[in-house]
Design a protein around this ligand. Sequence first.
Ligand code: G1P
Length: 287
Amino acid sequence: MPKPVRYAVFPVAGLGTRLLPATKTMPKEMLTIVDRPLIQYAVDEAREAGIERLVFITGRGKASLVDYFDMAYELEKTMEERGKSKEPLAPSRAGFGELLTVRQQEPLGLGHAIWCARHITGDEPFAVLLPDDLMVGKPGALKQMMAAYEEHGGNIVCAQDVPREKTSSYGIVEPGESANGATEVKGMVEKPVPEDAPSTLGIVGRYILQPEVMDELSAHEKGAGGEIQLTDAMAKLIGKQPFHAVAVDAVRHDCGTKAGFALANLALGMDDPEVAPRLKEWLARNG
Ligand code: G1P
């Protein structure tokens, strides 16, 4: 049995410039999809997969993310006095010691953000969830990946087929043999132009990684866009440790873009019994 994955790292230091002006004073991870902030979906998915410790890589202006998972004393006391149920608040309360935070002082890339967690994750494997990639599946994407991890161990990335003209937005996998939804990873490259992409198998924002990736990240080598890339560090583990790309049964919404964000609200609204009837009525008239 591979070592259990207890830590999940959430890089949440990004500036969210593609969603301005909404993100001027509000972290993009706190923007709402139907009735809860984006970060809540990623945290729920991690907890469902058995994660015990949530590691947020934050930055300046991101304090509301940490407050959100704290106790809201005045609010809770008032709700209690008014006889209101506190049940809607339950998922937003972190257990004692469940949430750990580190600041990434400079935006040096996703790889650098993950490396900032090295003193917390130590010699344990860990998951990475990019909250921008909202994954809707039952069970959740990370839980599905955990099943593959139990079978193969090593490193697992979540991968989906992407349009050839979009390869330069993703880490792209060079695939080897496939069995039961898990494809051996022979190589990977960050954001290649379509002509140079080894396939159209794109990495989406879920990873299970071995601690050795931190050693590779320590080199601080700059890659695509002049940033320290997680993909480059992961590529160095290929051949040394098992490495698989796993296809999950889940729909991905790219909430880093306006259109993806609006679509996520629509798709999840259609799944909400309180919201769906009004949406359907509106769509029937205007859609
Ligand atoms: C990051 C990763 C990339 C991955 C993508 C998934 O890129 O660097 O490999 O395919 O997330 O969303 P970003 O979207 O942060 O530029």
